[in-house]
Design a protein around this ligand. Structure first.
Ligand code: HEM
Ligand code: HEM
Ligand code: SF4
Ligand code: SF4
Length: 437
């Protein structure tokens, strides 16, 4: 028998989708039975009370969570998000309900042993409810009490050998695609760079000193499996500079129907015979592919690196050999001023250990943004407010046609006196001989 009646929440279980309400109820039942004889350190009824307070919010049409409250672990300024209920007597199980962010391994490779270890910690010291993973990328542990925070921190770092993630105005837990570990499209080692940058910027990750949050995301190719350029202030996207490699025999095999296009990804339905003209050539946004007399040609100068042709015919077309990454800046979600995608800052950079060139770009951006950014202003907003040219200046990047989104759209480039020829001496009397007043 549930502790609280939740008729409104129960509605949410009736649709076709999996429901978080069912999940929370299931966990409530497991905790109540406690078949594994867990030595619970927070109230057993935490899940019941979570449902109860949510039902009350639905009835009242207002939240019963108080905002924030400074909680954390010794030495860190982020990683724990404080949450308190404003009806603690009615719902003692969620009087405190703090969220703990735990850093996910790059590309989210786990052993089952590790997963068991962390959920065991959480069953005992928290609500047992997790979010695998949050939009930030982290493992998110939902709901514990203040006295458990140091215990959890100790066990995570000393026993499970994993760190807390970022929250608040600091560097958030960096995230990368699985890149070279499994993917032939990878133009650089996104996991290595992600790990290295995480280790390098520990201070920024744990001690909030920024105007607002700052995210790194690393995609090893423009397929953007972690969607870096929509989701991060600093997006590193793998790219090649030379030609797409073409295997004409494999092209013929696709055309002849021997190889399934898109590696068979759309094979659930009969789409008819593969039509290279319609499905590849006509869809190329650079309009730079030609297929004639059984031969495929690409004018690589016009290629936009959209990946479409390569994704469609992966056995025939391969990324180029001169590989590196583009760096783009300033993506953000809507909170202030609407959503924004990243803008291209560095068209091409080699990504090689110890990654000094990439780190220099970040440090320059931070120096500027920490000085000029307003409180709670994301990098993308500072860029808009002060102009893209300012970003070029602070990162020592030369203006380049590729920075221009469309003519007369980007902020004007203003030249400084020392960047142009002149000044020239001119004689006003000479001038007046030719022009009347
Ligand atoms: C009044 C109550 C709440 C407020 C104002 C609130 C606000 C927020 C904010 C601002 C963030 C983003 C933090 C950041 O990245 O800077 C966040 C993240 C999150 N919150 Fe809440 N929250 C509330 C209640 C809850 C509750 C009750 C839960 C779970 C039962 C929850 C689960 C989460 C999770 C899982 C995230 C991380 C999401 C992600 O990274 O994908 N929050 N919340
Ligand atoms: C001393 C002389 C002139 C001054 C001070 C002047 C000033 C300006 C200014 C301030 C603008 C707006 C620029 C912007 O922010 O978009 C403008 C636009 C324009 N001017 Fe002039 N102008 C001068 C002479 C001329 C002449 C001689 C022509 C044509 C023969 C001309 C044609 C235009 C055109 C077509 C635009 C619109 C450009 C666009 O935005 O598409 N102007 N001018
Ligand atoms: S972003 Fe590109 S390299 Fe990374 S996993 Fe996806 S397809 Fe592969
Ligand atoms: S990657 Fe995209 S733009 Fe480049 S040739 Fe292929 S389809 Fe065209």
């Amino acid at each position: 028998m549930a502790k609280h009646k939740t008729p409104l929440l129960d509605q949410l279980e009736s649709g076709p989708w999996p429901s978080f309400v069912s999940d929370v109820k299931q966990e409530a039942e497991v905790r109540a039975k406690n078949e594994k004889d867990v030595n619970y350190q927070i109230p057993v009824e935490v899940c019941e009370d979570l449902l109860g307070v949510l039902e009350l919010s639905y009835t009242d049409g207002e939240t019963h969570w108080k905002h924030g409250g400074i909680v954390g672990v010794f030495g860190y300024g982020g990683g724990v998000i404080g949450r308190y209920c404003d009806q603690p007597e009615m719902f003692p199980g969620v009087a405190h309900f703090h969220t703990v962010r735990v850093a996910q391994p790059t590309a989210k490779y786990y052993t089952t042993d590790f997963l068991r270890q962390i959920v065991d910690i959480w069953d005992m010291r928290g609500s047992g409810l997790t979010n695998m993973h949050g939009s930030t990328g982290d493992i998110v542990f939902l709901g514990t009490t203040t006295p458990q925070l140091e215990e959890i921190f100790y066990e995570l770092t000393h026993e499970a050998d994993v760190d807390l993630g970022g929250s608040g105005s600091n560097l958030r837990t960096p995230a990368a695609c699985l890149g070279m570990s499994r993917c032939e499209y990878a133009c650089y080692d996104a996991q290595a760079l992600c790990y290295d940058m995480t280790m390098e910027f520990q201070d920024e990750l744990h001690r909030p000193a920024f105007p607002y949050k700052f995210k790194f995301k690393f995609d090893a190719c423009p397929n953007s499996c972690v969607c870096a350029l929509a989701r991060s202030d600093f997006s590193v996207v793998g790219i090649w500079k030379d030609e797409i490699r073409i295997d004409q025999e494999a092209v013929a095999a696709y055309v002849g129907g021997e190889f399934a296009p898109n590696a068979g990804a759309h094979s659930g339905r009969d789409w008819g015979k593969f039509d290279i003209q319609k499905e590849v050539v006509d869809l190329c946004p650079g309009k730079c592919i030609k297929y004639a007399d059984g031969k495929l040609e690409i004018n690589d100068k016009e290629c936009m690196h959209c990946m479409h042709c390569i994704n469609t015919m992966p056995r025939a077309l391969m990324i180029g050999n001169d590989r590196g990454a583009s760096i783009l800046c300033g993506a953000k979600a809507p909170i202030l001023d609407g959503p924004q995608l990243s803008s291209l800052l560095i068209p091409f950079i080699k990504v090689e250990e110890p990654f000094t060139e990439v780190k220099d770009v970040v440090e320059n951006i931070w120096d500027w943004w920490m000085e000029e950014g307003k409180n709670r202003e994301r990098l993308g907003e500072t860029m808009r407010r002060m102009g893209f040219q300012k970003l070029l200046e602070v990162t020592n990047v030369k203006a380049d046609p590729r920075h221009v989104q469309e003519p007369r759209h980007n902020p004007y480039i203003f030249w400084k006196a020392d960047e142009v020829d002149g000044p020239w001496e001119r004689d006003v009397n000479e001038y007046r001989k030719r022009h009347q007043r």
